[in-house]
Design a protein around this ligand. Structure first.
Ligand code: HEM
Ligand code: FES
Length: 356
């Protein structure tokens, strides 16, 4: 974490982000209900609200899923990523309003408990046209709830980063459940093609952005690096690395960020402890590698966050030979201080880093 990082403070940027989000949503819901009532005067208020909240939640989920790959492909999308969790919580609240109204409308008036009725009122699990699609929406809502409830950094620390990450990967399961929820539900009766077209555009956009971003990232992993003497691997010429920035390479399956700063070169793991943000796409600010996603900071020599923070990431030994940077692929334990390689002025330069 960094001194500047304010996990729970409401800074101006967060307020603007949330205000914009709420205004756009209110506008969407008002236009949806207004146009729906005008085009279909017989529709009840509950039906219009169910549809307005359901489509808003699904639309927002598509946006949430596109932000990750977009930010990887173009840094101008990074501001959207900073508070992506606010979008996730809002998606859950919209889904809850939609599911709540639907439970009330379709299951509240019978003898059975509405939640029981949701599962037993339609047992035609073998049918496509009559599939009990509402159960799929319910399971997706449970996943969205778990993610919203654990979205705060408090849970990230308590569950540990890998567990938290695994839990939040369930968003793709929720997305698949919701695509099935809409396809087997509303699309079976809806005659207006707009909903089907919107669903297809959303799914194709989400999938293609993920494929393109994965292909772009895969280039780093596919690049072959020759091992040279003593197991060190050549990365690139020193002058290919911009001052206070990094180049990212993949060594033995792990991504390494090699930073150049103040006449020195250091190598640390590319994965931020917070949410696996790509540290090599960040910069050195105030002497610390600063994650481009939410601003966690690490000292380049040790991979440790500046005191009083406790995060630590692995470091790698570095040396410079004849103007080329070499990194040892074996990671040091997180927080291990490694002497940076010094960039010599002339022919130099056999400044081998030594683990202390
Ligand atoms: C307990 C959970 C849920 C229940 C009982 C439920 C129920 C329903 C019902 C009855 C419909 C058909 C409405 C109609 O055709 O008038 C529907 C459609 C839809 N649902 Fe859900 N749903 C749930 C969860 C969700 C969630 C979590 C999302 C999105 C995040 C979602 C998104 C949609 C969408 C986009 C549609 C199609 C548009 C519409 O007709 O409303 N649903 N759902
Ligand atoms: S600060 Fe959030 S991923 Fe790095």
């Amino acid at each position: 974490m960094s001194v500047q990082y304010g996990a729970i403070s409401w800074n101006r940027q967060k307020k603007v982000y949330d205000l914009t989000l709420v205004s756009l949503l209110v506008l969407y819901l008002a236009v949806f209900v207004g146009v729906g009532a005008w085009r279909n005067p017989s529709a009840t208020a509950e039906t219009l609200l169910i549809r307005a909240f359901g489509t808003a939640a699904f639309l927002l989920l598509n946006v949430v899923l596109c932000i990750g790959p977009l930010a990887r492909l173009d840094r101008r999308f990074l501001p959207l990523l900073y508070n992506r969790r606010h979008l996730g919580v809002t998606t859950f609240l919209l889904g809850l309003a939609h599911g709540g109204f639907a439970l009330f409308q379709f299951h509240a008036l019978g003898n059975a408990n509405p939640l029981v009725s949701l599962f037993i009122s339609n047992p035609r699990y073998g049918s496509v046209a009559d599939f009990p699609f509402q159960a799929l929406g319910f399971f997706a809502l449970i996943i969205l709830f778990l993610m919203a409830a654990t979205s705060h950094d408090f849970w990230l620390r308590n569950l540990s980063a890998p567990t938290w990450k695994r839990l939040h990967m369930l968003v793709y399961v929720a997305y698949a459940l919701l695509v099935a929820h809409v396809t087997l539900g509303a699309l079976q009766t809806e005659t207006n093609p707009v909903l089907a077209a919107a669903l297809i555009v959303g799914v194709v956009t989400v999938l293609s952005l993920h494929v393109v971003a994965a292909f772009r990232e895969g280039r780093v992993d596919r690049a072959r690096h020759q091992a040279v003497e003593e197991g060190f691997v050549e990365v690139c010429k020193v002058d290919r690395i911009t001052e206070k920035c990094a180049t990212i390479i993949s060594l033995s399956g792990e991504r390494v960020a090699v930073f150049r700063y103040d006449g020195k070169v250091s190598a640390i793991s590319n994965a931020c402890q917070h949410q696996n943000g790509p540290l090599g796409e960040g910069r050195i600010i105030d002497g610390c590698v600063t994650c481009p996603w939410h601003g966690y900071q690490y000292q380049p020599e040790s991979g440790a966050a500046p005191p009083p923070f406790k995060e630590k990431i692995p470091t790698f030994r570095v040396k410079i030979v004849k103007g080329s940077v070499f990194v040892h692929p074996h990671p040091n334990p997180p927080g291990t201080r490694v002497e940076p390689a010094k960039i010599g002025s002339a022919q130099v330069d056999v400044t081998e880093a030594q683990s202390r």
